[in-house]
Ligand binder design. Structure first.
Ligand SMILES: NC(=O)c1ccc[n+]([C@@H]2O[C@H](COP(=O)([O-])OP(=O)(O)OC[C@H]3O[C@@H](n4cnc5c(N)ncnc54)[C@H](O)[C@@H]3O)[C@@H](O)[C@H]2O)c1
Ligand SMILES: [Zn+2]
Length: 346
């Protein structure tokens, strides 16, 4: 088992990575003081391991990551008679982790909580960092909290039941971490790419560990996203807009977003075209899209205009100064529009 520590302003979080950890944590949790939040799929695969616990089973999927679902969970917590010493354990992917962190941080003005992350995306990204949000009125993660979970357990064994599509979504974030902060990790992923397809845990564990480490190190420097943490948004300015306006999955949208933002990096003289080809080849190996659906470009642009990070005519964008080194630059909306329309011309 590998362990990392994240120090937040209001508390720290211990992150564990290994195999068969779900059983270990459940043996440690007190049944009368713990409420488990999970979704229908995860309950179907792993529910037998947490029978006897009080549980809230939500409908999975992004469309259910809303304030309405939070409302339903609050109601169940009321029915369960939860008190200040109740521990909330989220077992699932990013949707369950976001819902759990948000509900636990707000119910009774904050209960202790932890996560067992069961998707690759949650293990390297969503479960780590303490930011947990829900969608509202079509705006993604617009209501949220920043609060560290007591622990994040990344149980690699649970990846075995994960649909291939979800492994692919997680790979977008694994690659993002390499692109923004760890060139060597990028090369290692290239070298061991088949191991991710076969889920050869021995070979992918150190790579997943290094990917998690990128996020933990960035969040430890800047928990509330004043500066450094913005780097984690690489691929997400375009990505969120694409996800909202076209309905493709988060990972797919981020993949296209990274290609768009790498193009922006080339136009500013930060990245070489051959490096973009290297990035596209790796994304494409994992069956991640690298082209935008051009008939949707206006919808994507409209969504970018609603980006939370937009300040007047600018967006603080994350670009890459070579593979493995992110920089934050003020980019004009006009420049972003040009890149989007240029990519659609070629
Ligand atoms: N808070 C953050 O910092 C942060 C960062 C990145 C992403 N996110 C959020 O994470 C969400 C996406 O997370 P996700 O990709 O994990 O999606 P998800 O939680 O919807 O999980 C994907 C699918 O896999 C199923 N599943 C989960 N674990 C499984 C397992 N072990 N075996 C079989 N099926 C399993 C789920 O039921 C779901 O159908 C988005 O809402 C995104 O905004 C949050
Ligand atoms: Zn993401």
């Amino acid at each position: 088992m590998r362990i990392l520590k994240l120090m937040g302003a209001k508390g720290s979080s211990t992150v564990f990575l290994g195999s068969n950890l779900l059983e270990e944590i459940l043996a440690f949790c007190k049944k009368d003081k713990t409420v488990i939040i999970t979704d229908k799929n995860v309950d179907m695969f792993y529910g037998d391991k947490f029978s006897g616990f009080k549980k809230v089973i939500i409908e999975g999927g992004e469309k259910n990551k809303t304030s309405y679902t939070a409302w339903d969970i609050y109601n169940t917590l009321l029915k369960f008679g939860c008190e200040r010493n109740t521990f909330i354990l989220g077992i699932g992917g990013g949707v369950v982790c976001d819902m759990t962190g948000f509900v636990a941080s707000t119910y009774l003005r904050g209960l202790s909580f932890g996560f067992v992350a069961t998707t690759l995306l949650a293990q390297v990204d969503a479960a780590i960092g303490g930011k947990n949000g829900v969608n509202f009125n079509g705006y993604k993660n617009i209501i949220g909290t920043i609060n560290q979970p007591e622990f994040v357990i990344c149980d690699l064994s649970t990846l075995k039941t994960l649909p291939r599509q979800e492994i692919k979504n997680g790979m977008a974030e694994v690659i993002k971490h390499a692109l923004i902060a760890d060139r060597r990790l990028f090369l290692e992923i290239e070298k061991n790419r088949d191991a991710f397809i076969t889920l050869d845990l021995l070979h992918i564990e150190p790579l997943i560990f290094n990917s998690m480490k990128v996020k933990i190190e960035i969040v430890s420097k800047d928990e509330t996203e004043k500066n450094e943490r913005r780097k984690l948004n690489f691929g997400h300015t375009f990505g969120h807009a694409i996800e909202l306006s076209t309905g493709v999955s988060h990972g797919e949208a981020v993949s296209i977003g990274m290609v768009m933002e790498a193009n922006l990096s080339i136009s500013r003289g930060l990245l070489q075209p051959y490096e973009l080809e290297q990035i596209k080849a790796l994304l494409a190996f994992f069956d991640l899209p690298v082209e935008i659906h051009c008939h949707q470009k206006d919808k994507v642009m409209d969504a970018i205009m609603k980006d939370k990070k937009k300040e007047g005519d600018y967006i603080y964008s994350v670009l890459i100064n070579g593979i493995g080194h992110a920089v934050i630059e003020k980019v004009k909306i006009r420049e972003i529009r040009e890149i989007l329309y240029d990519m659609c011309k070629s």
